[in-house]
Design a protein around this ligand. Structure first.
Ligand code: IPE
Ligand code: IPE
Ligand code: MG
Length: 217
């Protein structure tokens, strides 16, 4: 069995750079390359959708140089991307500088009709906040039910999240897709994100395939 939708918590970029005596920003640039490798393999293997955790709500607490380095990497990729993935972002984009917001709007627009991998990028995203905002929107429309809530989550329209991968050795969600991950298989690797390869994706998909999913039944 393949996941229809896989999440990647791309952790370990800073440590990768520090262990080489490089600035943390070098870790983000290398992390982007790893993301492209991992997603290319994910798509090649037949997975329809991927969500990647690029910057959490809590990451705003980091030093401003580090935040700028991440956003520079994101904005420059947005501006240059001309492949066939359909790219969308989730998270509070209003908190980012105008040039970043513009680059997000443009890549979403440019890739709107693409039929390749459905790529959903979590930036300025926190699962608790996403659930709260969704509940407020659903309540405002008059009915708060499981399906009205799900329709307002940022992930609405994506297939169910079947697996969550976290690199970098930590075994936690750190706010990633808390609602959507309810029955996702959790897959962990000690590898730092910039070291991730296509073979690692194959190994993770094999581990997913070996799991028995029961959904409580
Ligand atoms: C995750 O990598 C990506 C972002 C938060 C932007 P980290 O920056 O958390 O890398 P480590 O965990 O410090 O190595
Ligand atoms: C989670 O990593 C966020 C991203 C990968 C973007 P963090 O490094 O921010 O998470 P904690 O602080 O280790 O929980
Ligand atoms: Mg980290």
């Amino acid at each position: 069995m393949l996941p229809r939708h896989i999440g990647y918590i791309m952790d370990g970029n800073g440590r990768w750079a520090e262990s080489r005596g490089l600035p943390r920003s070098a870790g983000y640039a290398e992390g982007l390359k790893a993301m492209l490798r991992v997603l290319a393999r994910t798509e090649e293997r037949g997975v329809a959708a991927a969500s990647v955790y690029a910057f959490s709500s809590e990451n705003f607490a980091r030093p401003s140089e580090e935040i700028s380095a991440v956003l520079r990497t994101v904005a420059s990729w947005n501006s240059s991307y001309d492949g066939c993935w359909k790219v969308t972002y989730m998270g509070e984009r209003d908190l980012f500088p105008d040039n970043v917001v513009k680059s997000i709007r443009e890549v979403e627009e440019r890739t709107r009709d693409n039929t390749g991998l459905r790529l959903n990028i979590a930036l300025g995203y926190g699962g608790r906040r996403d659930i709260l905002l969704a509940a407020q929107k659903a309540a405002k429309k008059g009915v708060l039910t499981q399906s009205s809530l799900e329709n307002e989550l940022s992930s609405a329209g994506l297939p169910p999240l079947d697996a969550v991968v976290r690199s970098g050795g930590e075994k936690r969600l750190s706010g990633f897709m808390l609602y959507e991950a309810a029955y996702a298989e959790l897959l962990f690797t000690d590898k730092l994100w910039p070291d991730m390869t296509a073979e690692d994706v194959d190994a993770l998909l094999a581990e997913f395939a070996s799991r028995t999913r029961k959904f409580g039944a």
